[in-house]
Design a protein around this ligand. Structure first.
Ligand SMILES: C[S@@+](CC[C@H](N)C(=O)[O-])C[C@H]1O[C@@H](n2cnc3c(N)ncnc32)[C@H](O)[C@@H]1O
Length: 240
């Protein structure tokens, strides 16, 4: 089997609102992107399960698949058996990623796909616990960036020097290359996205929040912004 045939006859593992099995797979161009970068020497991990899991199996990757839905795992195994696709290299975890990932010990990963639960804070938890398992130069695929949670994760990584946007399948999927360690353990004063998206609150004319923000920012990487706020404050309290 190859990607074309997989797309023509995808496994249907998720249930829709009527209990029918449906396919909720990654976009075709994302599957193609992954298939060109993963082979039998790759260590990979995904949160969620489905067409992507079969793709990793087809590539022969040493793959970790995490989903709380046991029936999805069974249906993927049945599908692969029917199509003669080996699944020996796939370690299935039948539990939610927020429970599995904190305890998971694994080889350094070449690619991580975040496509499990999309409600807050699941994608952030998935990111937090996989970021340091990913090798430097490894790829992080985030689906679905058209949802607010995925979009925020994408925006944060766009503003962090430890990550570089490798491919943008907007609006739905983004792929980042990891360049260095550390994003997920920084304080907010070191994260441009958090600083910039908090700045509007600094206009709320509340002197105490301005003082606190200026104090923090003056110490951190955004010391220029901190000094600006402090100047504004001094002007504001100066008698006319
Ligand atoms: C959009 S689907 C994944 C589609 C898959 N990547 C594909 O290409 O077909 C979302 C998946 O996340 C799983 N899921 C839901 N909650 C989860 C959680 N807490 N941890 C991990 N996976 C979860 C669902 O069971 C489902 O398999």
């Amino acid at each position: 089997m190859d990607l074309t045939r997989l797309l023509q006859n995808p496994p249907r593992v998720q249930r829709d609102g009527h209990g029918q099995f449906v396919e909720m797979g990654l976009g075709e161009e994302v599957l193609d992107f992954i298939s060109q970068r993963v082979d039998s020497s790759s260590h990979t991990l995904e949160t969620g399960c489905g067409v992507s899991t079969v793709l990793f199996a087809l590539a022969g990757a040493r793959h970790i698949c995490i989903t709380p839905a046991e029936h999805e795992i069974q249906r993927i195994k049945d599908y692969c058996r029917a199509e003669n696709i080996p699944v020996d290299e796939i370690a299935f975890y039948a539990d939610s990623s927020e429970r599995v990932l904190p305890e998971l010990a694994c080889e350094p990963l070449d690619l991580v796909l975040i496509d499990g639960r999309h409600g807050f804070p699941a994608p952030f938890i998935d990111f937090y616990y996989t970021a340091d398992k990913l090798k430097i130069d490894g790829l992080l695929v985030i689906d679905d960036t058209w949802l607010w949670t995925g979009e925020i994760l994408k925006q944060i990584l766009l503003s962090e020097s430890e990550w570089r946007l490798e491919a943008d399948f907007a609006p739905r999927t983004a792929v980042f290359r990891k360049l260095a360690e550390g994003t997920q353990t920084k304080e907010w004063t070191q994260q441009a996205f958090v600083v910039n998206n908090s700045a509007f609150k600094l206009n709320d004319k509340s002197p105490s929040s301005l003082v606190t923000a200026a104090r923090y920012l003056k110490r951190g990487e955004f010391s220029v912004l901190g000094r600006k706020i402090a100047r504004r404050l001094r002007r504001a309290v100066r008698p006319a």
